[in-house]
Design a protein around this ligand. Sequence first.
Ligand code: MV4
Length: 496
Amino acid sequence: MQKIVVANRGEIALRVMRSAREMGIATVAVFSEADRNMPFVQYADEAVCIGPAPSSQSYLLGDKIIAAARDTGADAIHPGYGFLSENAKFAQAVKDAGLIFIGPSPSSIEVMGSKLAAKQAAQRFGVPMVPGTETPLRSIDEAREVVKKTGFPILIKASAGGGGKGMRVVQQEAELEEQVRLAKSEALSAFGDDAVFIEKYVGAPRHIEIQVLGDQHGNCVHLFERECSIQRRHQKLIEEAPSSVLTPAIREAMGKCAVDVARACDYYGAGTVEFLVDEQLNFYFLEMNTRLQVEHPVTEMITGLDLVKEQIRIARGEKLSITQEQLRISGHAIELRLCAEDPANNFLPDTGRLEIYIRPQGYGVRVDDGYEQGMDIPIFYDPMIAKLIAWGATREEARLRLLRAIDEYHVTGIRTTLPFGKWALQQPAFINGRFDTNFIGKYFTPQALNGQNEEEEKAAAILAAQLWQKAVKPQTPVANGGQNGLSRWKQRRRLR
Ligand code: MV4
């Protein structure tokens, strides 16, 4: 493998290119007209414009991306996450063009893309699942029979859905018929497939997922778990590894099940097996994501592996270089997603220019981002602009380090989820690790963010006092809150 096309944009495109470069592999960026000046385009060895800003006219056009690979003499395509990363037809088209798809086989993607096919595959290996159905619901009578066993509430899920799309909660018998009908018609219009199934609704679950790596020779290992319960409308905001609730025995059991799910579809590449974990720490297989995930860095930081390099080695046909026995968890990592959203205003997307953009630095801090100071955040794509990850020897060290890094991060021009992160990391429920997927709904109010900018408020007050003193009685020195006699504003000015 000499040259790869990175069929993505932003932070993940850069992330992939960095690993490729370390391996001596050249990179090709494909970009939309809106992204011409983005760091990932500058970083790549070559770059090809593939169309106008909307994804439907650029990043989702598989043919154009494959043509760019042909034109530049590349021999492989890395899809990143989102866009075409879990599109079995694209993976097949890449293969048919004589190129290597850096990811799983088209058939693995297809099986796991159908939640029912995934459950059937997992069932053959005895992987625990939430009580419900593993075949498409055929009638209301069948639904009534299932509910007799599971009881209410239940969830109706679309087989072609996933990631929270196409789910409906049903609380009581009286709603059942109507909800099944609605779920089917919704699934048909959203996914072109009206197959739905039923699961008992697990009330206050944790979302814990296991990272797996499989090679093309039948070897498969798991890289432990990521705790992803802190999310809002199925958008994760904070992820960590390992989970603070799993015992070594449960971790091992979940890891084995995740490897079984991977084996059930002859998986190769990097993949993630999602589980729900209830209050008694029972775990249930939900679905498998057949891509590199946004939150993969927390796994890298506790295992020391570079997941993109592993993906590339696997795609080249190499055997896994590590065995399960060689893998150890080292320390703890927590990630905060920086999204251009206003947490004080219902997390509404915020667009604009990154007027000031200063990254945190120092031991144990990693920033994966895709923009530079002065750039506009386009409205066409995902609002995530960066991932801030902190590693620590213990969970508490990682938490305090992430808080320190949040304080060092300086972003103006757009609102971000930074204040949310600062708030969340200081919640007693987060500190003691006792939270579930309802964390934000249970504890967060926009008012909770008041006082989060204490440092900035203090600095502004000092600056105002200094300006006033200069204007009114210039000789009098004033106290300030900074170190070395410098206010934080002056310290920051020196940085720039
Ligand atoms: C569930 C569930 C409760 N019970 N299934 C949402 C994403 C998709 N992967 C599955 N999801 C859920 N499935 C049963 N039987 C609750 C959720 C769920 C959820 C899961 C993970 C993370 C956040 C969530 C938020 C709401 C609902």
